[in-house]
Ligand binder design. Structure first.
Ligand SMILES: *Cc1c(COP(=O)(O)O)cnc(C)c1O
Length: 453
């Protein structure tokens, strides 16, 4: 494309004026949609226009603003957000306390000098030590989930001196070159092989499989540095393991001197009805990974948290692992507000209560539509609905969107969709979701009967 600085100044000013506007005129709204589609087609990825077709058949579903448990497209159509950014919005969209805190911090300092001691990093780390289970004490802050997992993997190698990892099939731990080794879907991994060596994948939910892998790895002299797991698989389609799974894996790790890394990027911060999902099982990991909802649905921030011994080499050399933006003041401020809200409003208990209500009602609906729904499962407000086929799931997601409810399949298909609304969502809104789902299921049942899907 021809370089044109004058045009870039003009265009950027036009974008800035739009960002600053509270209301758009009708012609501006049309322009935003056309410009967005054009820019995606020519400069982001035209594949998205096709990929997102379940939610944008006419390409007019361009999002513009959000608040509480809803977001609104450019034309003012409101959607109840049951996707919750795959678990970002635990305290809701633009929670006022998070926004206020971020604005206050922005007025003083956004990023840090990189050299002096930045107080909010310290404050947030102390809060994490107080709210995480067991003797987790030190925190390293990053910008995303995949970076939290990268750090956890590096620290497990550094501490144990071992290089073998056990992960689970259908697990999701991010897509950077290290964490992708733990992620377990071939479709994401294949074009990038070989990844870092030493990952062994075993079926999720099967502690015996982990036992066997730990034993055979030790036997062949490739002792396991760590087992990495999601306490409930999110991206895998909301897979809840047997109740004794985590406790057994904890015992096995102890027996073989392997660390247990729990990836609570999606299940953490109250989502499943406890502050951390591992609290359901009274299991303490050696390293806990957080991100997604950790920044209060406003700022991107992740963390990995661990015990002092595991930190020792970083204490000896504090720049052994580092990041420029990780743990910056404005993100830490958001995370501090987030923790305050989740605890003071008791959102984990709210998630447990609303989750029980929702899962109960969804199971009733599932029983009425056996030709459409295969299974409902979940914990707290991390809920999965599995459909009879991928195509049926896709039609349901599409039908819900047409009725003003956003849900999503997993990355690779829609056989299971996830219901992950803000933990602050009202019961009335959940009832509306159930109402609209009922209409959608009736419609899709008709399609199934007529052989259209
Ligand atoms: C989303 C997710 C990640 C990756 O987080 P990003 O911020 O997208 O890098 C890692 N682990 C789990 C369990 C996740 O759900």
């Amino acid at each position: 494309m021809e370089r044109n600085f004058n045009e870039a100044v003009e265009l950027s000013q036009k974008y800035l004026d739009l960002i600053a506007r509270e209301e758009l005129t009708n012609s501006e709204k049309d322009w935003v949609v056309q410009e967005t589609v054009k820019c995606f087609r020519d400069h982001v990825n035209p594949g998205f226009l096709e990929y997102r077709k379940s939610v944008s058949t006419d390409y007019t579903s361009v999002e513009w603003k959000d608040s509480g448990s809803t977001f609104t497209d450019v034309y003012g159509r409101e959607f109840i957000d049951c996707l919750g950014g795959f678990g970002i919005y635990n305290v809701g969209h633009r929670n006022p306390k998070v926004i206020e805190t971020v604005i206050n911090q922005l007025k003083r300092q956004a990023l840090h000098s990189q050299e002096l001691l930045d107080p909010l990093r310290g404050f947030l780390a102390q809060l994490l030590a107080k709210i995480t289970p067991g003797d987790l004490q030190y925190a390293f802050f990053v910008n995303s989930g995949t970076e939290a997992v990268e750090g956890a993997l590096k620290f497990a190698r550094m501490y144990t001196g071992r290089t073998t990892f056990i992960a689970t099939t259908r697990g999701f731990h991010g897509k950077s070159l290290g964490s992708l080794g733990a992620t377990a879907k071939g479709v994401f991994r294949k074009p990038f092989l070989p990844l870092i060596q030493g990952f062994r994948h075993v079926p999720y939910g099967d502690a015996d499989a982990i036992a066997m892998m730990l034993e055979s790895s030790a036997f062949i002299g490739e002792d396991v540095a760590a087992v990495i797991l999601e306490p409930i698989q999110g991206e895998g389609g909301v897979i809840v393991p047997p109740d004794d799974y985590l406790p057994r894996v904890r015992q096995l790790c102890d027996r073989y001197g392997a660390l247990l890394i729990l990836d609570e990027v999606q299940t953490g911060m109250g989502r499943t009805g406890k502050l951390f999902c591992c609290d359901h099982y009274n299991v303490v990991p050696d390293i806990l990974c957080l991100a997604k909802a950790f920044g209060g649905g406003v700022m991107p921030i992740g963390a990995f948290v661990s015990r002092k011994e595991i930190w020792q080499k970083l204490i000896d050399n504090p720049i052994l692992h580092s990041t420029t933006f990780g743990g910056n003041p404005v993100c830490c401020a958001a995370a501090i507000a987030n923790i305050n809200i989740i605890l003071s409003e008791n959102l984990p208990a709210r998630a447990a209560e609303l989750g029980e209500f929702m899962i109960g009602r969804l199971k009733e609906l599932a029983a009425q539509y056996p030709s459409v729904v295969q299974e409902v499962r979940g914990k707290g407000l991390l809920i999965g609905i599995e459909f009879v086929t991928n195509e049926i799931g896709y039609e349901v997601a599409k039908g819900l969107f047409a009725r003003g409810v956003l849900v999503a399949g997993t990355y690779i298909n829609s056989k299971s969709i996830r219901i992950e609304p803000p933990l602050t969502i009202s019961k009335e809104q959940l009832e509306q979701v159930l109402e609209r789902l009922k209409d959608t299921l009736a419609e899709v049942k008709g399609m199934v009967e007529r052989g259209e899907v």
